[in-house]
Ligand binder design. Structure first.
Ligand code: ZN
Length: 499
């Protein structure tokens, strides 16, 4: 066992505390193997004995570290202890290693640790007899408050080093502070609270369209650094350490975000995060996989022009800038209800086969009132190109009833008693009423859904056969359109004769 001794001196030099929060508690990298230890103070007499017990009790009650303070008559130094340290506290003129005090030295804590494991084996606190001591709270007086010095030395005893950047009992110079500060308590936690594992958030089990994804994970409590390990099909891509404060999760909570600053080739990747603080390496997170599909082999992105803002026609013209080399364009369109349609257009059909100027298409169906969004992707024989940025527009047209249809058949002299009734579909008509006036008897009116007469697409012909043959004679019929805004006009009449 290689044992190593360290010493830390608390001085009376009075300097102001710095207020910067750039750094926090400093850990010695040596700690007890468990979050507790015994300290002896029975050689002290009151008021110092009770002040020492009170200081040990403050660490025990306010931090995760437990001091088992014993009033046994054991001092700081012990011939039989590791390197002569006895785990006690007392006044003295020299420390256990025989060194005397400097004029401004108040106390010294010596520790001995196992050079192999780094764990502390023993410690000792010696208060400088030559100082003028008393016990009090509040601002420093001419004499030295023993209790706050004991509090500081016990911080060394459990493994903390000096802290100069934020208010702390562990500041190397005594001050008006007479109780443990948040930084002191956090330091003890960093030494003794087991580190948790980070939980990966993104990218996780997904496909990303960017070559430079942002890596995000939930902070592991107590972790001040993180090891980022990224593996691709060709091996390790990155194995780097990042400070939690640079990832936006320095407080040990919230989400850590990392932009490692490099692009990835398309492919499959796995990544892990290890938590870490100054004394402990935490567990690795579970693995997350993702696929990068970011390479663009086709043409670049187009820029959308119209529609934008509010369109007052149900068939607004879609306009975007032509991209050289793009022979097809895909229009992605999301309706107010979220329904998505994707339609490919030849550049020549959009009037932009030259690759310059603007491409234009007009939808073949009316767009309902509401908020729509669209985007356009380019394409060339080399492959898919880029998507444009999406654009939102609002369709706001008066609520219109459908226009009249025109009749196709039967008209004139026919040769069957079971003719097929046909008329031209109207894009905005969802129902049709067939009104048939026979040579004798009353007229017959029947409503048909567009989908039941084969013209739900709003284009082509609507067709229906009546359930029974017609008797001989002259007939006249009309068809009326309808949608949710109301009935449209009747068609012009059609006349036919059944043999
Ligand atoms: Zn110190």
């Amino acid at each position: 066992m290689a044992a190593v001794i360290r010493r830390a001196t608390f001085t009376a030099a009075l300097i102001g505390l710095l207020s910067s929060a750039a750094a926090a508690f400093v850990l010695s990298a040596h700690r007890w193997p468990q979050p507790s230890t015994t300290v002896y103070y029975g050689l002290l007499s009151d008021p110092y004995a009770s002040a020492f017990a009170s200081a040990a009790g403050e660490w025990t009650s306010r931090s995760v570290f437990q001091f088992n303070a014993q009033a046994s008559a054991i001092g700081p130094c012990s011939a039989s202890g590791p390197l002569g340290l006895g785990n006690g506290a007392n006044f003295g003129t020299t420390t256990c290693d025989g060194t005397g005090f400097g004029d401004s030295d108040l106390a010294v804590t010596e520790t001995v640790y196992d050079g192999n494991t780094g764990f502390l084996l023993a410690a000792a606190i010696t208060f400088n007899t030559a100082q003028s001591w008393s016990v009090y709270d509040g601002p420093l007086q001419a004499s030295i408050d023993f209790r706050r010095v004991a509090l500081h030395e016990l911080g060394h005893f459990l493994g903390l080093e000096h802290e100069t950047n934020v208010p702390a009992i562990m500041n190397p110079d005594i001050s008006d502070l007479d109780r443990l500060q948040d930084d002191d308590i956090n330091g003890a936690a960093a030494l003794y609270v087991p580190l948790g594992a980070a939980t990966l958030v993104a990218p996780a089990e997904t496909l990303v369209n960017t070559a430079r994804p942002l890596y995000q994970w939930n902070a592991a409590p107590g972790s001040s650094w993180y090891r980022f390990y990224l593996h691709g099909t060709a091996g390790t891509v990155s194995d780097s350490w990042y400070s939690a404060s640079n990832l936006g999760c320095g407080a040990g909570s919230g989400t850590c975000s990392l932009d490692p600053g490099f692009n990835l080739q398309d492919g499959i990747y796995s990544w892990w995060i290890m938590s870490w603080n100054y004394v402990k390496a935490g567990p690795w997170s579970t693995r997350s996989d993702f696929t990068v599909a970011a390479a663009v082999v086709g043409p670049g992105a187009t820029t959308l022009s119209a529609p934008t803002g509010t369109a007052t026609t149900p068939r607004p013209t879609f306009t975007w800038s032509a991209v050289a080399g793009s022979t097809w364009y895909q229009l992605w369109l999301a309706s107010p209800s979220g329904a998505i349609s994707q339609t490919w257009y030849r550049a020549s059909d959009a009037g932009c086969a030259s690759g310059t100027g603007m491409c234009q298409i007009t939808p073949s169906r009316d767009l309902s009132n509401g908020s729509w969004s669209f985007a356009v992707e380019t394409w060339s024989p080399a492959g898919s190109g880029s998507w444009s940025a999406p654009q939102v527009f609002v369709v706001s047209t008066p609520l219109l009833t459908p226009p009249a249809t025109t009749l196709i058949a039967p008209l004139g002299l026919i040769t069957t008693t079971s003719p097929t009734f046909q008329w031209n579909a109207i894009a905005t008509s969802t129902w049709y009423q067939l009104y048939l006036s026979p040579p004798s008897g009353g007229p017959v009116a029947t409503w048909y859904r567009a989908s039941d007469v084969g013209c739900a697409s709003g284009t082509g012909a609507c067709s229906v056969n009546l359930p029974s043959p017609l008797s001989s004679g002259s007939y006249r019929f009309w068809v009326q359109t309808w949608n949710s805004n109301g009935a449209g006009p009747w068609s012009a009449p059609g006349n036919f004769n059944v043999p």
